[in-house]
Design a protein around this ligand. Structure first.
Ligand code: NAP
Ligand code: GDP
Length: 352
């Protein structure tokens, strides 16, 4: 009797395994490359702020002749389409991927387009991660965000707490799509042994940011508003009470850290890339820094009819500091000055 049961179980197992392998496309045979030692690093979202920052850091500080870098924009492929994404991977055969492409925006854009943020990011992430699997990519690093953390939580928030409760209602579309990257990374690792991981940056700012007045994040939005207020001799209106707290990271610092993650970080679990808790600032303080960098002298006006969003999302960078105890973040005032200078100098071409 036991033998019959065992046989039946074996048959069932064979059947289930056959079913499973039918469902998931096996990775294609490895394409022989002329220089096996060379990494081919594909950067999705390479034309955005973070992609440009990686490019700058590579050019100025961190070039490595054993790496060939390909920076992509949406013109190379619409990553919401599996066919276009597959064609892109078939063209480049990356060994490594830094996955940045996403529908991105500040609080007010997130509040307006929750379904778009959910769907577009789900589609993009599914296409990119599945192609990483199909094409045998050795390592993929994707980008989450501290704004995906639970709204009701204890502080500081760390990497283990991503799924511990619903995100803030203002951006739940974006947040759930991004949280799923962590779930996808674990699933591809456990089922297929893939090395897919993710980073969790705080609010990012710098050159090549989106400086749109309505849809951007707070720093680029206020830089643009201050520029207009100065040019037209009007007030600088900060949305909300100015009281919420944020940690910010300069895009160049993030570029440096992403290179380190790609080259040296081996965990599947995410890592928070942030300044320390002691460097958290209020929106009012940030607005004052921007006004100072722009030499704008009028008092700030706060429009409290506008949303404050999540009050704070204080994140711990203890894990990062264990790996990189000596990493120095750019001083926020210096980084804001550099971003203001970039925006003023590149006003005509800046995304706005
Ligand atoms: P960004 O400047 O808005 O750039 C977005 C990039 O994604 C662009 O290269 C864009 O291509 C590309 N893209 C968008 N939709 C696409 C599609 N359907 N197909 C192909 N490419 C597409 O964004 P970012 O600020 O550099 O953000 C990079 C990553 O960091 C994102 O994953 C974002 O979620 C994350 N993040 C950002 C912040 C922040 O404060 N900005 C904070 C935390 C995490 P085009 O240039 O052709 O449009
Ligand atoms: P978040 O950090 O993900 O919430 O996104 P943002 O970068 O959009 O920051 C939102 C915070 O900045 C909220 O407290 C807003 O009330 C405040 N804020 C003040 N002025 C602006 C502005 O011009 N644009 C944006 N996006 N937020 C602003």
């Amino acid at each position: 009797m036991a033998d019959v049961d065992e046989e039946r179980n074996d048959n069932l197992l064979t059947y289930v395994m056959a079913e499973q392998s039918d469902r998931s496309t096996p990775p294609p045979a490895k394409i022989p490359r002329p220089d096996e030692e060379k990494k081919i690093v594909l950067v999705t979202g390479g034309s955005g702020m973070v992609g440009k920052a990686i490019r700058t850091v590579l050019e100025e500080e961190e070039a490595n002749e054993k790496e060939e870098w390909v920076f992509l924009s949406s013109k190379d492929a619409d990553l919401r389409s599996m066919d276009e994404t597959r064609a892109l991977f078939a063209k480049h055969h990356p060994t490594h991927v830094i996955h940045l492409a996403a529908l991105v925006g500040g609080l007010f854009r997130n509040m307006k387009y929750k379904a778009d943020f959910l769907r577009e990011n789900l589609l993009i992430n599914d296409c990119v991660l599945h192609c990483c699997y199909e094409f045998g990519v050795e390592k993929c690093v994707s980008c989450l965000s501290t704004c995906i953390f639970p709204d009701h939580t204890t502080y500081p928030i760390d990497e283990t707490m991503i799924h511990n409760g619903p995100p803030h209602s203002s951006n739940f579309g974006y947040a759930y799509a991004k949280r799923l990257i962590d779930v996808q990374n674990q699933a591809y690792h456990e089922q297929h042994g893939c090395h897919f991981t993710s980073v969790i940056p705080t609010n990012i700012f710098g050159s090549f940011d989106n400086y749109n007045l309505e849809d951007s994040h707070v720093i680029p939005g206020l830089i643009h508003k201050c520029y207009m207020a100065k040019a037209n001799n009007t007030e600088l209106t900060v949305w909300g009470s100015g009281k919420p707290l944020r940690q910010f990271i300069y895009s160049k610092d993030l570029g440096r850290l992403l290179l380190w993650v790609l080259r040296n970080y081996d965990e599947i679990e995410p890592i928070i890339l942030s300044v320390g808790e002691e460097d958290e600032v209020s929106i009012k303080e940030v607005a004052e820094m921007i006004a100072e960098a722009m030499d704008f002298k009028k008092p700030l006006v706060f429009d409290t009819t506008k949303s404050d969003g999540q009050f704070k999302k204080t994140a711990s960078n203890a894990k990062l500091k264990r790996y990189l105890p000596d990493f120095k973040f750019t001083d926020i005032k210096q980084a804001i000055r550099e971003s203001v200078d970039w925006f003023v100098k590149n006003y005509d071409q800046a995304r706005k």
